[in-house]
Design a protein around this ligand. Structure first.
Ligand SMILES: [Zn+2]
Length: 162
């Protein structure tokens, strides 16, 4: 859960380019088990049109996450969002997906996509660490009352629509 205190600390944090500096006592191998991971073509396609700050958070998360993951959605058109609402997969036409402020990912483990919750908590943790390190304020769907495990968006408060 993101507390108010956590958020204000996050805002003050300068951007640090060296991952090792952020967790000084953790060897890089442990910190970034998937450091050689790259984005699949599918992920890159879904990353197009997504806000720069969120892309950076995704990139760093991919490096430090214990599980690999694929970006399964990013920027949506009005029609695509309407289809999600009609199908009951989304409940709002005020989605951050419409402006490139949100992504959805799915855990990729041992050659297939996993939907079990246990795979998501460590990845959510990686997203929060990455965002904190980069000084980017995010909201994770995993923290919502009606959970949306693979959803991550830039916070409304720090990233209002221009
Ligand atoms: Zn989403």
């Amino acid at each position: 859960m993101i507390t108010k205190d956590w958020k204000s600390r996050q805002r003050r944090l300068p951007i640090i380019d060296d991952i090792v500096d952020f967790w000084p006592n953790t060897p890089i191998e442990e910190l970034a088990p998937g450091i050689n991971r790259g984005w699949s073509r599918r992920s890159l396609r879904n990353r197009e049109g997504v806000r720069e700050d969120l892309c950076k958070v995704c990139d760093l998360s991919l490096m430090i996450s214990p599980y690999d993951f694929v970006l399964i959605d990013g920027l949506r058109t009005e029609a695509e969002q309407k289809a999600h609402v009609d199908a009951g997969r989304s409940w709002t036409m005020n989605s951050r997906h419409l402006t490139g402020h949100a992504i959805d990912y799915a855990v990729w483990h041992q050659g297939r996509i996993r939907w079990e919750t246990e795979y998501y908590s460590p990845v959510v943790d990686a997203f929060k660490k990455a965002a904190f390190k980069l000084g980017v304020s995010i909201t994770c769907g995993a923290d919502w009352r009606s959970r949306d495990m693979g959803h991550v968006e830039l916070s409304w408060s720090e990233y209002p629509i221009e």
